[in-house]
Every structure is written in C-alpha cells, then in structure tokens.
Design a protein around this ligand. Structure first.
Ligand code: PRX
Length: 631
C-alpha cells in the first residue's frame, strides 16, 4: 500500500486534505485494494437516523484482499506466527499461501455444514490460529462472525447467541492459560441449553481433555475439513454488507451488538495499521490482545493481514512461566512492533526490571498502548525499560464502535507526550462539546469527546435494534457521534483521554457496564438492591466497587460476599467479579428515586470530604452510614 505518512509535514498535509475533501481522500486510499466493482459514491451519511454508507455498491471480498492479493509475491511470507502458552511447545508459522489454503478448506467445510451468506456464526475459541482462520472463513463465504471472548460465562454466551440468532458455534475442547487448563466446550454445552438457533458446533481439539460430543450437532474441526478443497470462490460482498457483530457493554444492562460492514472496515483498519505502527515489509508485529475484543479483530487479524504483515498471536499470559515471557517472545521472534494494554504494563512493572534483564529487546522499533488511559508512571516505565528510550510509544485511542484507531501518534512522526493520545488520524474530525452541546473551540479546553464527520470503519447499527444505536451514540449531541469519553485538548492541541463520562467502567481495559454488573449481583437471592461504581486501582486502572443491600439472615458477611462474587462470575464471567463489596443499609437516592452514583464514586475513591450537597437526597443519613462502613 502506498498511503504511508513519513513526516510530520506529510501528516499535516494528509490531514488537511482529508478534511477538505474527504471523498477524494478516501477514494484514493481505497484505490489500493482489489474491488470487483468500484463504488458509485464514496460516502453518504446523516447522523440523525443515523445512516452511514461508505463505498456504496462496490463489490469485493475482504479475504481476497488478505489472501489472493498477497499470494503472487508474498505466498511464502509468514502471515501468522503462533506462540503457544507453553514455551516448550513448538510455535507454528502459517504463510500467506497456507493461510489461504486453510481458510478456503474451512470455508468449504462451513458451507458443507449448511452455512450461507448472511448467517451468524459464533466463534468462542481461545487464542489459536484457528480463531483467525474461522473469522476469515466466515468473511470468505459472507457469514457474519461474532467472536465471544472465551472468558465469558455460559450465560453471557447464550445471551449473545440468542440476540443474533446464530446458526453455528465454532469452539475448542479447552484452553491452556498459564498453568491452568480451562474448560471451553462444556461452557458451550451449558449455553446451548437456553438457545434454540444453533444447528452445528465445530470443535477444535486443543487440550485433548474429555468432553461430550452431541450426536448430529457437534463435529470435530479435523473431521469437518477432511477432504475439503483448498479452492474456494469468495462470495461477492457489497461494501455495506455486514462483516461482523461484536458485543460490548454500554451504560444499560444488555450488551450491544456493534455492527461493522465490509468495505469501510477494510479500508480503515489497513490504513490505520500501516500508518500508526509504520509497518515495513519483513517486520514482525505483535498485538497481545485477545481476538475476542475489537483490538484483536482490527489489529491482530484484519489490519495487519490486509497489509501483508506478519502478525504474531500469543495463546498465553504475560506471567507464565515467568514475568519475562513477553520479552522472551519479543527476542525469540524478533518483534518490531509491540502493542499491549496499560494494565499489562502496570502488572509487569510491579515485578521491577529484573524480568527484563535477560532480554535484548533490540528488534523493537515501535511500542503501543490501547484500551484505557496510560498513567505517566507506566508510560515512562514502558518507554525507558521496554522501548529502551528509543521506541516511540503510540498511545492509541479508539473503541469497539470506531472499528479502528482514531486518535494516536503516528510512530516516529508525531512527537509524543506521556499519557496523551496526541492527534487525530487523517479523516477523523474530533470536537469537544460542553454538557449543553456547545462546541469548545481552540486549545486548553476539556469536555465531551464527539466526532463530527463519519469515517469508514464506524459502526453502522446495533444488531436488531437501530433505535438503540441512535439513542446511545447520536442523541446526546445532535449531529455528532458521541464517544462516551471525556477529553482534554491542551495548549498544543494534543488530546488526552480522561476516561468515561457515562456509567461504563474500564477494568484492565475491559469495558463493563455498571448496570450489567448490578443486574448480575441482583440475581443473588439475598440481594435486595445494588449499585456499582469504578474506583482507581493500581494495576487494573479501575476496579469494581459494589454497594449491596442484602438480607443477611443465615449468612455471614464473608459468605455472602463470596457468594455474590460467584454469582457475577457465573452470570458474566471472572472479569466482572467485584474487587470490593460493601454491604450497606441503603443507597443514596434523589427524591425521584435515582441512585446518586456521584456520591458513591467519591466514597469508593476515599474523597469523602468533597461529597458536595447531600441535603437534597431522599435519605441523607445513609451517606454517613456508608462512609463509616467503608473504612
Ligand atoms: O474509554 C475509552 C477507553 O476504552 C473505551 C473503549 O473500549 P473498547 O470498546 O473495549 O475498546 C478498547 C480497545 C480499542 C474508550 O471509550 N480507551 C481505549 N483506548 C484508550 C482509552 N482510554 C484512554 N486512552 C486510550 N488509548
């Protein structure tokens, strides 16, 4: 691809062009892809309905742009390097040719199992190359994939299956994670007890553990591809056909199915990958995310592979067999670009620099951060000890809904500043609005982060509920996409993300709706009411603090807290387990019965001297009782 920005003046020039004439800008970027039929119109949009269409009526298949487009000159180049959980197990390399063959075989197998264009397919699988193969095979035949993070519970999985009425689940027997072997298939079995749309389950053998296989429904991956051809004619897709659904938390209880479409997502993920990370032919790029999150979709699978990059996938965890594992992998595979989350950096920082000492890390050129604000201390540690002071940090701000990175330095081009995402990517027009919707122009301002012009990889709808999409993202500030984040633009025009301004908490870079956690807590039979807030946590960024009103009869406080944690674990998954639970006599409420979370947040943070006016509360006395119980 030839759209690479290499200098700061080049960035400024590209940015200006992208804003002055977005259609011309994006059509030039899109021209480097392979289309069977070109678009009639680059973009059509209004943020009222909302309706956003990019590259209208263009026909193509995203996998031809990943596979066929690269085979001729790069067939032997590694596409995926897979590093297993256990360092003694050999790693696996799949060249572009091999990836092509595996995707085609699996695509043919899925078709043979009755999957057709438009069908929804759930992928609930650990970090193995087959996860990427399954995603691409779906895209190849026009099926819509919805990857569910394999740490989610049976209940979360069945909710997602039911919401999108999926026909197939692709999964594994189990999962290796650090020193643990984790059940995967049995979670699927449990989820399928409360769903009725699934016809087939394809099971990859990974751990070899004993599992149940249901006759007529469950088939092994290795059996299903047996005898399948390596030739598959890609389904012709419209640019606006659905590529995938990815569920994410919002401020209300039910996860939203964020919908991304084929054309714009392809153009933007490739463009942003190439520029942000400054990938050069022959480099090895590694993003430590899980494919179950948007980061894994856009920057392990689609973005890198669209650029013909070598993308590394890691099955394990940063601390197994020891806290030097990330660095061992960087040296072993001579990683050039390394992309991780602040929570991982902070967790490793806690071990000091000892675990880094045996490693050279001299192949690294760019190091990245994503998922949550990176605090200055972690930024400096990452910069000095991992990047050895010579690798630019790309602090990339974006969301499941944005599909790709919107605000970030371009590595080596944009001067960085600790904990700043710096400047918008070309084509991205951020604005800061005050709570009344007035745009705050100029520098040194702070407010709600909105985007005023569409970009190719933005969400199109929330699956099966377009009104929810409108309400959530396009109704708070008329005519704008609202991100839910607070932001500051400093005196240099640099953006610093301040965190969520809605009821979403960010735990270790994982988004969690407070209402979602509350609903799970309330499922415990002894719980009367609960309120959940975030509070600063040294490693996780934010922790989950739950205030719970309970019927204590027959339980000790400790028992009850353990049971509540287990309830949340069962309903959502281990990532949503509250870090702190406080049993309270009541919750502070307004006269209209709304819980005053502002007060609960302050108490959780220990800022009890600045609670503000509590006299308007229905039950001001409860605040004192909560403060007393908190310490
Ligand atoms: O609050 C922002 C935070 O993560 C949210 C999006 O979460 P999710 O959809 O799970 O996607 C995470 C990976 C793209 C945002 O609304 N966030 C993401 N990146 C950053 C960030 N906060 C600060 N700095 C970042 N670089």
């Amino acid at each position: 691809m030839s759209n690479k920005i290499q200098t700061l003046s080049g960035y400024i020039y590209e940015y200006q062009r992208s804003v002055q004439d977005p259609e011309h800008f994006w059509s030039r970027v899109a021209d480097s892809f392979f289309w069977h039929k070109r678009w009639d119109k680059v973009v059509e949009w209004n943020f009222e309905e909302p309706r956003v269409e990019w590259f209208k009526n263009a026909k193509f298949n995203i996998t031809e742009n990943i596979l066929e487009r690269h085979l001729f000159i790069m067939g032997d180049k590694p596409a995926i390097i897979w590093e297993p959980n256990d360092p003694d197990e050999p790693h696996v390399t799949l060249t572009y040719q091999q990836l092509h063959d595996e995707v085609c075989r699996f695509a043919n197998a899925m078709k043979a199992q009755g999957i057709q264009k438009g069908d929804r397919v759930i992928i609930y699988i650990p970090m193995v190359p087959e996860a990427a193969i399954a995603m691409l095979a779906c895209a190849r035949i026009g099926a819509v994939h919805s990857v569910v993070f394999a740490g989610f519970s049976a209940n979360s999985l069945s909710d997602r299956i039911n919401d999108c009425q999926a026909k197939m689940v692709i999964t594994s027997d189990g999962n290796f994670r650090g020193s643990k072997k984790i059940d995967v298939k049995s979670v699927v079995d449990e989820a399928l007890e409360t769903t009725s749309s699934i016809e087939k389950v394809i099971v990859l053998k990974r751990t070899g553990q004993e599992i149940d296989m249901k006759d007529g429904r469950d088939i092994w991956w290795h059996d299903v591809i047996e005898g399948m051809s390596k030739v598959n004619k890609a389904e012709l897709m419209d640019a606006e056909d659905m590529l995938f659904i990815l569920y994410t938390s919002g401020s209300t209880g039910k996860p939203k199915g964020v919908v991304h479409t084929c054309g714009g997502y392809m153009v933007y993920t490739a463009y942003s990958f190439q520029n942000v990370f400054q990938y050069n032919h022959g480099d090895v790029y590694w993003c430590t995310a899980d494919v179950g999150w948007i980061t894994g979709h856009s920057y392990i699978v689609y973005g890198p592979l669209l650029c013909g990059a070598t993308t590394l996938m890691f099955e394990g965890v940063p601390t197994f067999p020891d806290p030097g594992r990330f660095w061992a992998i960087c040296d072993k595979h001579q990683v050039n670009q390394f992309y991780t989350a602040p929570t991982a950096i902070r967790a490793l920082q806690a071990y000091g620099t000892g675990p880094l000492e045996p490693y050279k890390l001299n192949s690294l050129r760019v190091i990245g951060s994503v998922g949550e604000p990176i605090n200055e201390e972690a930024w400096h540690w990452y910069h000095d000890h991992v990047g050895k002071g010579r690798c630019p940090i790309v602090d990339t701000w974006w969301q499941t809904e944005t599909g790709g990175i919107l605000i970030s330095p371009i590595a080596g081009v944009t001067p960085t500043k600790p904990s700043y995402a710096t400047l918008p990517m070309p084509g991205i027009q951020p604005v800061i609005l005050d709570n009344d919707g007035k745009e705050l122009t100029g520098n040194s301002v702070e407010g709600n982060l909105c985007i005023k012009y569409p970009w190719p990889s933005m969400l199109r709808t929330t699956y099966g509920d377009h009104e929810r999409c409108r309400q959530t993202y396009f109704s708070s500030f008329k005519g704008y996409y609202f991100t839910g984040d607070g932001v500051k633009r400093d005196e240099d025009g640099y953006y610093r993300i301040l965190g969520r301004v809605d009821d979403v908490i960010n735990v270790s870079g994982h988004r969690m709706g407070t209402a979602e956690v509350e609903n799970a807590i309330n499922e415990h039979p002894k719980v009367i009411e609960s309120a959940v807030v975030g509070y600063p946590h040294d490693i996780k960024g934010q922790g989950i603090y739950a205030y719970v009103i309970c019927d204590m009869e027959g339980r000790t406080e400790e028992n009850l807290k353990a049971e509540i944690r287990e309830t949340v674990n069962k309903i959502i998954g281990p990532i949503a387990k509250p870090d702190k639970i406080q049993i309270v006599p009541g919750l502070p409420k307004t006269r209209s019965g709304k819980i005053m979370r502002r007060i609960l947040r302050k108490i959780a943070t220990g800022e009890t001297s600045s609670l503000g006016d509590t006299s308007t509360l229905l039950n001001p006395e409860v605040v004192e009782a909560i403060i007393e119980g908190a310490f």
